[in-house]
Design a protein around this ligand. Structure first.
Ligand code: KDG
Length: 325
């Protein structure tokens, strides 16, 4: 029985081998990715068992998605094949026209995954679960997806399973702040752990400091034991309920493909908590996992194992690095 259950959409990712605008891209690497499943794959690499709820199309791309998720060891018994709609696809444009920024072009409207509904979330899906993980992407995909997410959260509450929620704002999908805030509220209200980022916080709230935006988020997430704010290469900060914070700096690496870093971060943080590691150590490992994930194309492929993290930390923290136990 999986320790962590999540729900979302996995798409085929078309990632050009060269830079520049997509209108000229001719050679692509074909990957498979989706924020929530990326997090599950990251957990699997760190020894945590996971299960995913979704749909794929009855097509070649759906077979590719299923094959990759299975290869990561994710339980896909609750990913159904929907003959009525296709598997979603997205294209990535890295570093053009703004260096260091990635643009994403979705071909996912009315995809099979967007037809996921509460009927795909039976109560037994939570048998044995230690955490339920959701992100702000799935509820915006369709009304049935929103209902499926609400059901998952309701079942988690009924069974006392902690809910982990990553705000994961995709502006292209939400379009405007008021809609996003309304859409995220029911999930924030139930979350025991909230992951967010400085970009997400600025999109959601006004305020002259990170602290004031986090305070506004906390007001919507009164049950949150931790609000974890990711700041990319700058590191991350955990805001505890008593107002104290725990911080860890980021690691400098050569960025090849920034997508998936936040998912890798969540995975390493959660795997560390599930192992009983202290918050500061979880942050250190999560920052390292995020950094490692931007060093290669694709979201799933560069996700680290414990051995990868050990080697990375030894290199980046020097001889004094207190290596993982
Ligand atoms: O986290 C990276 C993913 O967000 C991206 O690769 C695809 O899931 C995705 C999305 O919805 O944007």
């Amino acid at each position: 029985m999986p320790d962590v259950i999540s729900i979302g959409e996995v798409m085929v990712q078309m990632n050009p081998v060269s830079g520049g605008p997509l209108r000229h891209a001719r050679l692509y690497e074909r990957h498979v990715a989706g924020s929530e499943a990326n997090t599950l794959a990251g957990l699997q690499r760190l020894g945590v068992s996971t299960g995913f709820i979704s749909r794929v199309g009855k097509d070649e791309l759906g077979l590719a998605v299923l094959a990759e998720l299975r290869a990561e060891g994710i339980d896909v018994s609750r990913v159904s094949v929907d003959p009525e709609a296709p598997t979603g696809v997205y294209f990535v444009q890295r570093g053009y026209p703004v260096q260091g920024k990635t643009l994403v072009f979705y071909y996912r409207a009315n995809s099979a995954a967007s037809r996921t509904g509460p009927e795909d979330v039976p109560e037994e899906a939570l048998d044995g679960a230690r955490m339920v993980h959701l992100s702000g992407i799935t509820p915006v995909l369709s009304e049935s997806c929103r209902q499926a997410c609400l059901r998952l959260v309701e079942l988690a509450r009924k069974r006392n399973v902690p809910v982990v929620f990553d705000t994961n704002i995709r502006v292209t999908l939400w379009r405007e702040r008021a809609r996003a805030l309304e859409g995220l509220k029911p999930f924030l209200a139930e979350a025991s752990y909230v992951f967010t980022g400085d970009g997400d916080l600025s999109f959601l709230f006004d305020g002259d400091s990170l602290e004031s935006r986090v305070a506004q988020l906390r007001a919507l997430a009164p049950a949150a034991q931790m609000v974890i704010v990711k700041r990319g290469a700058e590191g991350a900060t955990v805001f505890m309920p008593d107002g104290s914070t725990v911080e860890h700096g980021g690691f400098r690496v050569k960025v090849v493909d920034e997508l998936g870093a936040g998912d890798a971060f969540d995975a390493a943080f959660l795997a560390s908590l599930l192992q009983g590691r202290p918050v500061h150590e979880a942050l250190r490992l999560a920052n390292a996992a995020g950094a490692l994930t931007v060093t290669a194309l694709g979201d799933l492929e560069p996700l680290p194992t414990w051995d990868d993290l050990r080697m990375f930390l030894a290199r980046h923290e020097g001889a004094d690095s207190a290596l993982l136990r």
